[in-house]
Design a protein around this ligand. Structure first.
Ligand SMILES: NC(=O)c1ccc[n+]([C@@H]2O[C@H](COP(=O)([O-])OP(=O)(O)OC[C@H]3O[C@@H](n4cnc5c(N)ncnc54)[C@H](O)[C@@H]3O)[C@@H](O)[C@H]2O)c1
Length: 249
């Protein structure tokens, strides 16, 4: 696979390392400031010969990057989080350009499987009214956004599946929580690569589901598998589309 890496930070470097291990060729590394990046901007020249561009940059850069890559006719993996208010616009750009794009707030295969398990558990606990639900996530002190994109998705999913929950609340609660609220809390500190915990708790017992990333390697490996999957496809996909096809769900 002939690749471009857009954003040469922690994730971009990990993708580069794993890409060569998996026999892919990184033709181009694009970053406006990072040392070691051959290009400063997305241009026809920096995407020449590229089959798929893998983007891990910052929330304010993602949509413009999606636009430039789509208009260059190149398929794309978007790992950047925090830009999802622009998702409708991104879909239109990709559909108009007739290219392919896959995005996810968390490309770890185990996290994708975790999400499917949480979905199933939420359906089970929807019928068990004695159980309350909440979510907590922890990430390293350098993470730009809070809550994580994954925690936001989990919050939305729990509210969608558990009918007694009306809305997720992401900020810290300096008041009593309302029954219809689903609390999603975040901690930032240390070097934790990413932990997500979903709890269904009753007066008598507690069911706890935890996904604990050990390193960024799993995120980069999943993003590369998504890149292999999106090469030659057209359309706008979520990671769950890839995963459900792969897992036969
Ligand atoms: N989806 C996932 O699985 C996953 C996993 C980890 C991180 N992330 C997200 O990916 C993003 C990047 O994470 P990171 O830890 O690599 O961050 P980082 O800060 O280490 O690196 C970001 C890099 O992007 C570069 N950049 C900024 N604007 C750019 C632009 N317009 N074009 C090209 N490069 C640009 C920066 O110069 C920097 O080198 C964040 O949004 C983070 O939340 C997602």
């Amino acid at each position: 696979m002939e690749m471009a890496i857009i954003g040469y930070g922690r994730m971009g470097r990990e993708i580069e390392r794993l890409a060569s291990e998996r026999g892919h060729r990184v033709r181009s590394i694009i970053d406006p400031v990072a040392q070691g990046a051959a290009f400063r901007e997305i241009t026809p020249e920096s995407l020449a010969g590229v089959e798929v561009a893998v983007e891990f940059t910052s929330p304010d850069a993602a949509l413009a990057n999606i636009q430039r890559v789509a208009q260059s006719g190149v398929n794309m993996v978007v790992g950047t989080t925090g830009w999802y208010a622009d998702i409708g616009r991104a879909r239109t750009l990709v559909e108009e350009a007739q290219t392919g794009l896959i995005y996810a707030p968390n490309f770890a295969i185990g996290a994708g499987a975790f999400y499917e398990i949480v979905k199933f558990a939420a359906q089970v606990f929807d019928n068990l009214e004695d159980y309350d639900a909440y979510c907590h996530e922890t990430h390293h002190c350098g993470k730009a956004d809070s809550p994580s994109g994954t925690a936001r998705r989990i919050g939305e999913l729990l509210v969608e599946k558990i009918s007694r929950k009306e809305a997720p609340v992401y900020e810290s609660l300096n008041r009593r929580r309302e029954p219809g609220e689903l609390h999603v809390s975040s901690t930032r500190g240390g070097w934790v690569p990413g932990t997500h915990e979903v709890v269904f708790d009753s007066e008598f017992d507690s069911v706890e589901l935890v996904h604990r990333a050990r390193s960024r390697g799993g995120l980069a490996a999943g993003a590369l598998r998504a890149a292999e999957w999106i090469v030659g496809r057209k359309g706008f996909y979520e990671f769950s589309d890839f995963l459900r096809e792969t897992l036969g769900l």
